[in-house]
Design a protein around this ligand. Sequence first.
Ligand code: NAD
Length: 307
Amino acid sequence: MPVRIGVIGVGYLGRHHVRIYSELKDAELVAVADINSMRSEDIAKTYGCKSFTNYADILGECDALSIVTPTSTHHKIAIECLKAGKDVLIEKPITESIDEAREIIEEAEKNNLLLQVGHLERYNQGIIAAEELIKEPKFIESERLSPFLGRGTDVDVTLDLMIHDIDIVMSIVKSRLKEIRAVGEAVLTEKIDVAKVWLEFENGCKALITASRLSPEKQRKLRVFQKDAYISIDYQSQEVRRYFKTGSDISFDVIKPESKEPLKEELRDFVYCSMHRKRPRVSGIEAMNALDVVLRITEVLKNSHQV
Ligand code: NAD
């Protein structure tokens, strides 16, 4: 039996969730809900499912739901879905506060329900291929540069974009964070548009993470330095290059995994985990940990602006 899926919030990203669920063979897209009724009706017509304006009305129709509404609404909607006994996939960031994230995690655990969070770079084939090559990294450098699109500007670039890289770095380093330094500036909006963050971990690894929504070009790279090797991952091409020492020379190889749409892999995992009662690659705990680091960075940035 396919998993009966509903999507709450069908704006910029939600409509991609809808498209992908309509293509997954183990999912049956049954309904969408959006407070913008024209939007939900339009999407429902295109994909042949039911349309609602009140998300509470969708709950009886599905086994599992994607929550793709603005972050400020995630907590309320997720708690209601979980109380109704539904598995949930919440878009990133999980919530605005740690207390809200913890409540959602506890509600899911209490009811033995699936809670997945949309950190889609974990499903990037370049990252998955590089995982096998990365051993005790000493230094990580990450760059996520985007043109100014005017989206997501109600929050700092750290919460909008950098949270992806923070989650990836923490999944690679697997050590407690010791120190955070950060610089950032609001340039085109009232929020931080460009930031550089320095993280130091208890195991000695260090990371320099840059995020900007002011770049003329889109660039998304992760570089990992470890004993005798340097591994470079291009998120966009999903290609991995490994440079390593052979005698006194430096050689390199290129790994080109079959390119796959990360969001599709993420939603496929959600459907699979819902069907087989498995744990997803990114659960609430990892998402809460990434949010915690972003909120700590926000504090560092706030204090640096008060000087
Ligand atoms: P958006 O504003 O384009 O769409 C949000 C939709 O939710 C709108 O159609 C709005 O009418 C609807 N909505 C608002 N409140 C609602 C409610 N109570 N019930 C039902 N519908 C409601 O926003 P977006 O860019 O699609 O972002 C949505 C979420 O996805 C955010 O949490 C954002 O951070 C996240 N996001 C993640 C990524 C990623 O890379 N994983 C990328 C973009 C956005």
